[in-house]
Design a protein around this ligand. Structure first.
Ligand SMILES: Cc1cc2nc3c(=O)[nH]c(=O)nc-3n(C[C@H](O)[C@H](O)[C@H](O)COP(=O)(O)O)c2cc1C
Length: 281
C-alpha cells in the first residue's frame, strides 16, 4: 500500500488549535511523513479540500476544532458535513481545544461523524487552552495553556499513531470511548448550541469615528461573515468568535466580556472538569 497522506485540517479563530496543529505537523514531518494542512477558517477551504481528499488516497485525517458551546466550531461541522466517503483506506484523529470551562461533547461528536463517514479512528485528544472569549481578562480561564507539557503529550500521541501505521495498522479506537462526560454535561450539551449561545453574547459595539475601514476584521473572519459597506457589517454566519474585536487595531469594534466571564467562571465551578490533556489511542 502507498505511504499515507496526512492532512491536518483545523479551524482556529484565536490560535490555540493552530498551535496544536503545528505540533502535529512538525512531529509528522520529523518522521518523514507526507503532510498537508487545511485551514477551515479560510472560507475558500473547499477547493483545497477537494484536491487533498481525492478518491483512492490512503489518508490520515487529523481534524482539530475549538469547543464552542460544548460542540465543534461551525466550520468544522461544515467540513464534516462536506466530507466525501473515502474510497481508499482512511484513518482519522479528531482533536479539540477547550477553554477550561468544559470540553463538552465536541470530541465525541467529531468521532461519531468521522466514523459515519467511513473513517476508522486511530486516536483522539482534548487539550485545555486559554479561553478565547476572555482575551481582555488579566487572568483568563486556561491562561498559559496549551503549555509545553500539553504539546509534548500530544506529540506522543502522534508517535503512537505513526508507530501503529508502520506496524501495519494502528489498533484504533471506537468513538464510544470519547463518550466520557457525565450526564449533567451531556444534558447541557443537548440544550445548548452556538445559535443559543449567541443570545448570551454581550453584542459588539462599533465606533464609526474610530474605524478606518482597513478590512482586518473582514480578512480575518473565519466565517467570512463581515463585509465593508463601507463600514463593517456582520451577517448571520457570524459565530461570535470575537476575532474581529480582538484584532481591530483602532478599538472600533469592541465588547464588554465582564458579565460573560462571571458566567463562564460559574460554569467551570459547576462542571469541575479536570484541566488535563485527555489522549485516546
Ligand atoms: C463562542 C465561544 C464558545 C466557547 N465555548 C466553550 C465551551 O463550551 N467550553 C470551553 O471550555 N471553552 C469554550 N470556548 C473557548 C474555546 O473553546 C477555547 O478558547 C479554544 O481553545 C479556542 O480555540 P482557538 O484558539 O483555536 O480559536 C468558547 C469560545 C467561544 C468564542
Amino acid at each position: 500500500m502507498n505511504a499515507p497522506q496526512h492532512i491536518v485540517a483545523y479551524c482556529s479563530p484565536a490560535g490555540s488549535t493552530a498551535e496544536l496543529a503545528e505540533v502535529i505537523e512538525q512531529e509528522l514531518t520529523g518522521h518523514k511523513a507526507a503532510v498537508s494542512t487545511l485551514n477551515l477558517g479560510n472560507p475558500g477551504w473547499e477547493g483545497r479540500a477537494r484536491e487533498l481528499i481525492a478518491p483512492g488516497v490512503n489518508l490520515v485525517l487529523w481534524l482539530g476544532s475549538p469547543v464552542y458551546a460544548l460542540h465543534p466550531v461551525p466550520p468544522v461541522e461544515a467540513f464534516l458535513g462536506w466530507l466525501p466517503d473515502p474510497t481508499g483506506r482512511a484513518l482519522a484523529v479528531p482533536f479539540v481545544t477547550w477553554g477550561s470551562v468544559t470540553s463538552g461533547t465536541a470530541l465525541w461528536e467529531m468521532g461519531r461523524a468521522l466514523e459515519a463517514n467511513g473513517f476508522q479512528l486511530a486516536g483522539a485528544a482534548a487539550v485545555p487552552a486559554r479561553h478565547s472569549s476572555l482575551w481582555q481578562s488579566e487572568q483568563p480561564l486556561g491562561a498559559g495553556r496549551p503549555d509545553a507539557t500539553d504539546k509534548t503529550e500530544l506529540a506522543g500521541l502522534v508517535r503512537r499513531v505513526l508507530s501503529g501505521l508502520s506496524n501495519g495498522a494502528p489498533s484504533g479506537i471506537s468513538s464510544e470511548v470519547l463518550d466520557y462526560q457525565p450526564e449533567t454535561v451531556k444534558e447541557f450539551a443537548r440544550e445548548l448550541d452556538i445559535e443559543k449561545a449567541k443570545q448570551n453574547h454581550p453584542g459588539y459595539r462599533f465606533d464609526q469615528d474610530l474605524c478606518t475601514q482597513c478590512g482586518i476584521c473582514r480578512d480575518n473572519c473565519p466565517a467570512g461573515a463581515i463585509s465593508l459597506d463601507p463600514f463593517p457589517v456582520r451577517d448571520e454566519n457570524c459565530f461570535v468568535c470575537n476575532t474581529c474585536a480582538s484584532l481591530c487595531p483602532e478599538g472600533a469594534m469592541s465588547l464588554d466580556t465582564s458579565g460573560m466571564e462571571k458566567r463562564l467562571r460559574g460554569l467551570q465551578e459547576r462542571f469541575r472538569e479536570e484541566q488535563t490533556v485527555r489522549l485516546f489511542s
